[in-house]
Design a protein around this ligand. Sequence first.
Ligand code: KG4
Ligand code: ZN
Length: 336
Amino acid sequence: MTTVLGIETSCDETAAAVVCDGRRVLGSVVASQFDLHAKYGGVVPEIASRAHIERLDGIVAEAIGQAGVGRDQIDLVAVSNTPGLVGSLLIGVTAAKTLAWAWSKPLVAVSHVEAHATSAAIDLAAPPWPAIALVVSGGHTSLFHVRDYDAIETLGVTTDDAAGEAFDKVASILDLGYPGGPAVERAADVGDPRAVDFPRTMLGADSLDFSFSGIKTAVLYHVHGHGRTSGGLERLSRQDVADIAASFQQAVVDVLTRKTLLAAEKTGAQTVVAGGGVTANRALRRRLEQDCREAGVALHLPPMGYCTDNAAMVAALGYHLFRRGRVCDLSISAMA
Ligand code: KG4
Ligand code: ZN
């Protein structure tokens, strides 16, 4: 049995988790900083790093306490060291290096995006690879071909905004509040997804890359009038706003699902997994379930608690990389 302490501080969530053998989550604590960034309408990097410094010690202690293990029972420390806000990553990396050194335990660095890509496997009895992995978060929209935990090939990336970023910006245009994704989803719940025909940017029939800046601009012009960026929202009723939110969400879900299934078709993969904050979106989950069923492809989605940033996915991937010999020394650094 290998017990892993995972640490995650890549953006605005301070998280620690204790996971056994990459599967059994004994403790997982996530401290969100929404309250600190809400008035700025987005994450302020300097505030995020300072909050990580203040909170991380307590969060690690809480996760270990929740797990009910002694510190001497931790076999390995795993940390996400890339990509993310460099100041935020640095706090987690420094803490992980310090604990690994103080406890004389091995250290494993993981990619935050690859942790999202493999997060749906956390509950499974056997690894689902090979699979297509869709990662949809605030910073990334990517398709991967995952052959194993240490063999992850990028098939497509976003050429501009990430899907979560588009949700956040549309929430801001519609004045729905922060964080944007859940706010757009709540508004969309009572809206008509066919009300507005927003563009589905495919970048060519064969492309596995994404682009979401066009739809964001289309929402902006729809609200304010073509070529204008302010002054239109007051003319809209609550129902209009709900219809725009639902139509936007539908267009994004359409593109994400179609490209994911195209990737499965191109590679011959029989399994799809997904991860990242936007996989908490129920419309996306339903649509992936429906389309994968129709295509005869198996689908694994992360449990709700492991969609947005968390350290359980970091500890789980850390375990699998450790087993494949991917141990780091104390010279590792944070990479933006
Ligand atoms: O994975 P995550 O927690 O952080 C990054 O790695 O970026 O993803 C955060 C993103 C944000 O853009 C947030 O608006 C979006 O995920 N998100 C959602 C939902 N919950 C979070 N987007 C759509 N629907 C949701 N329910
Ligand atoms: Zn993330």
